[in-house]
Design a protein around this ligand. Structure first.
Ligand code: SF4
Length: 405
């Protein structure tokens, strides 16, 4: 009796919106070494803060949901225990903050410090200050709106430029994690909820931005970013256009969400840029540069004249300027309209990125050298912080003409 041969396993390559799409756009070669080679970055500070602030907000939401504690929360009593727990979780995964970001000695082996020993003056560092502001400024408005948090959404799309002889599969999978999903009838939100005894600023912001015709049963996708608001235009064509990429991320989430059974017609996305609540010196220098070169959308008129003056007159050795909360909130929140034409454009871009990654993978499998198979293109700041610059040909090409005095 002839036994049939076992059929080849059918695998669909899976791509994540943040881990693959945004990472590949930053630099293809860096993405190859970090993601496909599973080499973690040696100083993943940006990644640490992103994961830290997501974890803190998720835990803060759960504790608000079950304890209904009034805002504002006290840093030492209510917020620091959450930070500590998230810090420990990240340490288990090999992610550590810089000393200036978080006071983390109480979680180190041999430390005899406890939460009671901490004080705001010495121990509330940059990440703690941002966590506190994120909870006390946005938590009050955001938490009552949440339907689901950390929601995993997935979908499949036909493989771009599919070729049955060379392509790995005729479909590919996309996945993403939506930080917050909220659904309601916006014009009746205040009536519906017994939780509001105040003006909800996120609802007001949505109402100001959405068209009348959008005010039906809807869902809003909310995404937090552990970074400053990006410029609306990039000066250097080699720089990553984060403004556009973040919009495409939300549009792709909305497409993925629309494929789920219980989805409502989504009408908008909101991004919260959390560094704007407590900008670092580096953030302030970039914001100042964007004001000078007219690269930012906020402020769009004179309403924040004093804040703008404070930033324009600020120098790197000065203390951080005392910016108004209204200005920080305006720079922190961004509205993204979900439009079918824009959504299709975003999906095409995702297809294009997947096509590029697949082509590079196939070239490498066929024997092409890694540096020839993957496109190395990034802006100066990304290259400077890159672990692979010592052997990246593109980086050495860029720097070989620099004369050392
Ligand atoms: S040094 Fe720059 S171009 Fe080279 S891999 Fe790193 S980010 Fe990419």
């Amino acid at each position: 009796m002839k036994l049939p041969a076992r059929s080849k396993s059918y695998m669909i390559p899976e791509y994540s919106l943040t881990g693959d799409l945004l990472s590949y756009i930053t630099c293809g070669l860096q993405y190859r070494y970090q993601n496909k080679g599973t080499l973690p970055p040696s100083k993943p500070v940006q990644r640490w803060f992103g994961e830290f602030i997501h974890g803190v907000l998720e835990e803060a939401y759960l504790s608000w949901k079950y304890q209904k504690k009034e805002f504002p929360w006290d840093w030492k009593e209510d917020i620091r225990p959450i930070e500590d727990e998230i810090d420990l979780r990240l340490q288990v995964r090999g992610l550590y903050p810089h000393d200036e970001d978080l006071f983390f000695s109480i979680n180190q082996p041999g430390s005899d410090l406890t939460l009671d020993d901490l004080n705001e003056h010495d121990h509330k560092k940059l990440a703690s200050a941002r966590a506190e502001k994120a909870i006390n400024i946005w938590g009050k408005h955001l938490f009552p709106l949440i339907d689901s948090s950390e929601l995993l959404i997935k979908g499949v799309r036909p493989m771009p430029n599919y070729n049955k002889n060379t392509s790995r599969s005729n479909y590919y999978g996309i996945n993403g994690v939506v930080d917050v999903l909220t659904s309601a009838k916006i014009n009746r939100l205040h009536e519906q909820s017994t939780l509001f005894n105040f003006d909800n600023e996120i609802v007001n912001f949505i109402k100001q931005n959405m068209d009348e015709s959008d005010a039906e049963d809807y869902e809003i996708i909310i995404d937090y970013k552990g970074m400053k608001r990006p410029p609306v235009k990039v000066q250097n064509p080699q720089s990553e256009d984060k403004w556009e990429n973040h919009k495409q991320q939300i549009l792709t989430y909305s497409w993925l969400r629309s494929k789920q059974e219980d989805a409502k017609s989504i009408s908008a996305g909101i991004i919260l840029y959390l560094n704007e609540l407590v900008p670092s010196k580096e953030d302030l220098a970039l914001i100042k540069e964007e004001f000078v070169n007219d690269l930012t959308d906020i402020p769009e008129n004179d309403e924040f004249h004093e804040d703008v003056e404070l930033i324009l007159n600020w120098e790197e050795d000065d203390k951080a300027p005392n910016l108004s909360d209204e200005f920080k909130k305006a720079r922190s929140i961004r509205y993204i309209k979900i439009d079918e034409a824009e959504r299709q454009k975003a999906l095409k871009k995702f297809d294009q990125v997947v096509c590029n990654i697949e082509n590079s993978l196939i070239s490498e499998t066929n024997g092409c050298k890694i540096q020839d198979a993957w496109k190395a293109e990034a802006d100066e700041r990304t290259c400077l912080a890159c672990d692979f610059k010592t052997f990246c040909n593109k980086y050495s090409d860029k720097t070989k003409d620099i004369k050392v005095p």
